[in-house]
Design a binder for this molecule. Structure first.
Ligand SMILES: [Zn+2]
Length: 103
């Protein structure tokens, strides 16, 4: 929180009003969401081929709630391979997401 105060402290009047407008219009929240998504995927590599995945990778969530795991894939082929090789047929809880920018 100290850093955030410092950030506000350094804004001049115009900048402060712009920031307030962005805040009211929801742009700050959009930026925060984008940043969170970026950090969530940053330096994640594909569970099959090891490539660093981008912001539009596939994300697979599987397993029971207590031991839930996430795996990231650079493409559909890698995800399909992973599912065939690693997901036991008795695991019913599988969720596939497509990470996408800013949403
Ligand atoms: Zn891959």
């Amino acid at each position: 929180m100290n850093n955030f105060n410092k950030f506000l402290e350094e804004l001049n009047n115009d900048e402060l009003e712009l920031f307030e407008k962005d805040l009211k219009d929801g742009y700050v929240q959009k930026y925060i969401d984008r940043k969170k998504e970026y950090l969530r995927l940053k330096d994640k590599s594909c569970a099959v081929c090891g490539n660093i995945v981008d912001e539009e990778c596939f994300v697979l969530t599987f397993g029971e709630p207590s031991i839930r795991k996430r795996a990231h894939f650079c493409g559909y082929d890698c995800m399909q391979y992973f599912i065939e090789k690693n997901i036991r047929k008795d695991i019913k809880s599988i969720k596939i997401e497509k990470a996408s920018k800013g949403q």
